[in-house]
Design a protein around this ligand. Structure first.
Ligand SMILES: Cc1cc2nc3c(=O)[nH]c(=O)nc-3n(C[C@H](O)[C@H](O)[C@H](O)COP(=O)(O)OP(=O)(O)OC[C@H]3O[C@@H](n4cnc5c(N)ncnc54)[C@H](O)[C@@H]3O)c2cc1C
Length: 455
C-alpha cells in the first residue's frame, strides 16, 4: 500500500474509518477513477477518495486540508473543462454515491451526488414523476444542478436548480450542513447557480413534477435547406407553449453517412394529441430527409442524443447566448458548418422560454432568464491528430459569430481555458453577491477547482 508524500500517516488514519476506497497512483482502479467523460483530460490526482457516504466526504475534506492537498470534486465527471480532476490534488470522487429515494406522497426525491440523470429519471419515472435534467442522460446530477441545469423540461418546470428544495453540503471545515431556503437562505441562493464554489454537495432534494409519456424526436433536412429552416424555426419556436421546446442544430446524419444536415429536435410534454397539434408546423415544414418523432417515456427522450457524446471522446466546447437569431447569425453558422473538421461535431441552438424565463434575474444565482437562445459549439472528435484543427475551428467559429452574441455565458459549458471575463459573463449581475457569500462561506477559497468566484 503506497503512502502519499503529503501527510502519509494521516492517510492511513483516513483509510481506517473510510467506507469507500482510497486510491493512489499505481493502485488497481486508479486509472479508471481518474478518467472522465472528456478524453482530452489526462490528470493524476495524488489521492482519489472514492466516497460511499457523507462521512467519507467530510473525512476526505478534513484530511486534504490537514495534509495541505488541494481539493477537486467529481460528481458525474462530465464537465468538459475537466476540473473534477487535478494533478497532485485530492479528488473527492462521489461516483459510488448513487442512493436515490423518491417520496411519491410528498412529490420529492433525495439523490446522492454521484448519480447521473439516467439513474435519477429511472427511479422517478416509476412514479410518473420527473425533474428537469440535462438534454442527455449521462451527465451528473450534481455539477449540472449546481450550474443551473438546462434541459427538455425547462419551459414547463424551470431549470434543474429551480426545483431544488435542499442540499446536504460538506463545507471547507468538513462540517455537514443541511441547506434549505429556511435554514440558510443566502447559502441556498448561492448553491442554485454558484457551481462547486461553496462545498461538496453530497445529496440534493428536488420537487418532482408529474411527467410520463412525452413526444419527441428528430426532424432532419438536407444542409442546403439550413438557412431557410433556421429562419422558419426562429419564428415558429417563438409561439410555443410551455409544454414544448425545440432545439435546432447543424449536425451530421445519424445514419453514419457523414452527410451534413439541418435538424430540429422537438419535445412536447403534453398529451399526444396536443403534441401532434403544436408540433405540426415543425413536422410539416419543407421536405425533410428524415422524421423520427413519436410518443415515448420521458427517460427515453433523455437518451436520444446520448450516442453522439461517447465517454472518452475528445471534447472542446464554447457557448454563448445569442442576441436573437438574426439573418446574419444564421448565414454565418451555415457558412462555418461547411468547414467543421469532425463528423461528431455540431452547432446547436438551445431554446429558452416559458418557466425558466419567469424566475427573476437575482432570485437564484443563475441570471440567464431571458427568452431566446443559447448557442453551443460542442466540438467532439476521436483522433488526437485532429485536436489542433478542432480547437481552432471552435474558437474561430465563436469569434466569427461575435457581433451576434450576447455577453452571457452558460456556466456549465465553460471550458478550462476561458478567462475571467467568461466567468463574469456566466454569473452576470449575481457575481458581486456571490463574491460576498464566498468570503463568508469559503474565505480561504478551498474550493477553487471550478469556475471560481474569487473571495
Ligand atoms: C455530453 C454533455 C451534455 C451536457 N448537457 C448538458 C445539458 O443538457 N444541460 C446543462 O445544463 N449542462 C449540460 N452539460 C454540462 C454539464 O452540466 C456540466 O459539465 C456539469 O458540470 C456536469 O456535471 P458533473 O457532475 O457530471 O460534472 P463533474 O465533471 O463531475 O464536475 C464538474 C464540476 O462541478 C463541481 N461539482 C461536481 N459535483 C459536485 C458536488 N457534488 N459538489 C460540489 N461541486 C461539484 C465541481 O466544481 C466540478 O469540477 C453537458 C455536458 C456534456 C459533456
Amino acid at each position: 500500500m503506497a503512502t502519499t508524500e503529503a501527510g502519509g500517516g494521516q492517510l492511513e488514519e483516513l483509510r481506517g474509518a473510510f467506507s469507500g476506497s482510497i486510491l493512489e497512483p499505481g493502485d488497481a482502479g486508479y486509472d479508471d477513477a481518474r478518467a472522465i467523460h472528456n478524453g482530452l483530460i489526462d490528470r493524476r490526482p495524488a489521492v482519489i477518495a472514492r466516497c460511499r457516504n457523507t462521512a467519507d466526504v467530510a473525512d476526505a475534506v478534513r484530511y486534504a486540508r490537514a495534509a495541505g492537498l488541494e481539493i477537486c470534486v467529481r460528481g458525474g465527471g462530465h464537465n468538459v473543462g475537466g476540473r473534477a480532476v487535478v494533478d497532485g490534488a485530492l479528488m473527492v470522487d462521489l461516483a459510488p454515491m448513487k442512493g436515490i429515494h423518491v417520496d411519491p406522497g410528498a412529490g420529492t426525491v433525495r439523490v446522492q451526488g454521484g448519480s447521473t440523470w439516467r439513474e435519477l429519471n429511472r427511479e422517478t419515472a416509476v412514479h410518473g414523476l420527473a425533474v428537469t435534467g440535462g438534454a442527455i442522460s449521462t451527465t451528473g446530477v450534481a455539477g449540472l444542478t449546481l450550474g443551473g441545469g438546462l434541459g427538455w423540461l425547462m419551459a414547463k418546470h424551470g431549470l434543474a436548480a429551480d426545483s431544488l428544495l435542499g442540499v446536504e453540503l460538506v463545507n471547507a471545515d468538513g462540517a455537514v450542513l443541511d441547506v434549505t431556503a429556511e435554514s440558510d437562505p443566502d447559502l441556498f441562493w448561492a448553491l442554485r447557480g454558484g457551481g462547486g464554489n461553496f462545498g461538496v454537495a453530497t445529496s440534493f432534494e428536488f420537487r418532482l413534477h408529474p411527467v410520463s409519456m412525452v413526444t419527441g424526436g428528430l426532424i432532419a433536412h438536407p444542409l442546403d435547406a439550413a438557412g431557410d429552416m433556421l429562419r422558419f424555426y426562429r419564428d415558429a419556436a417563438d409561439t410555443l407553449s410551455d409544454d414544448a421546446t425545440v432545439f435546432a442544430a447543424l449536425v451530421h446524419a445519424p445514419d453514419g453517412s457523414g452527410a451534413k444536415v439541418a435538424a430540429m429536435v422537438v419535445f412536447h410534454t403534453g398529451d399526444p394529441e396536443a403534441a401532434q397539434r403544436e408540433l405540426a408546423p415543425f413536422l410539416g415544414w419543407g421536405s425533410p430527409a428524415m422524421v423520427q418523432v413519436g410518443p415515448m417515456p420521458y427517460p427515453v427522450m433523455n437518451t436520444l442524443l446520448d450516442d453522439h457524446y461517447p465517454k472518452g471522446a475528445l471534447n472542446y466546447w464554447i457557448s454563448s447566448f445569442t442576441a436573437g437569431l438574426s439573418d446574419g447569425l444564421i448565414d454565418t453558422v451555415v457558412d462555418r458548418f461547411e468547414t467543421v473538421p469532425s463528423e461528431m461535431s455540431a452547432i446547436l441552438f438551445e431554446q429558452f422560454h416559458g418557466a425558466v424565463c419567469r424566475v427573476g434575474l437575482t432570485d437564484t444565482a443563475i441570471p440567464h432568464r431571458e427568452k431566446g437562445w443559447n448557442l453551443l459549439l460542442p466540438t467532439v472528435w476521436t483522433d488526437p491528430a485532429d485536436t489542433e484543427a478542432c480547437i481552432a475551428w471552435t474558437r474561430d467559429t465563436h469569434a466569427a459569430l461575435g457581433e451576434h452574441l450576447a455577453k452571457r455565458r452558460w456556466l456549465n459549458y465553460l471550458g478550462d481555458d476561458q478567462d475571467a471575463s467568461a466567468v463574469r459573463a456566466a454569473y452576470g449581475p449575481n457575481y458581486d453577491r456571490l463574491v460576498e457569500l464566498k468570503r463568508r462561506y469559503d474565505p480561504e477559497n478551498v474550493f477553487h477547482h471550478n469556475h471560481n468566484i474569487v473571495p
